[in-house]
Design a protein around this ligand. Structure first.
Ligand SMILES: [Zn+2]
Length: 58
């Protein structure tokens, strides 16, 4: 199964992902230490960029 790295947008194989980060009860897979660091720094930014979810905060 594939997931999308929220930072670089690359497809990541769940079993081969460099890191798994849980944020707000969702799990994200990162391809490399760089992406992991980026994601942990500003998770919101990357989640919003990479996903097209229809929920907005008012
Ligand atoms: Zn990446």
């Amino acid at each position: 199964m594939f997931y999308y790295d929220p930072v670089c947008g690359r497809k990541v194989n769940r079993n081969k992902a460099y890191a798994r980060v849980e944020y707000e009860s969702e799990t994200y897979y990162l391809c490399c230490p760089k992406c992991q660091a980026e994601f942990e720094k500003e998770p919101e930014k990357h989640i919003k960029k990479g996903k097209h979810k229809k929920h907005r905060h008012h």
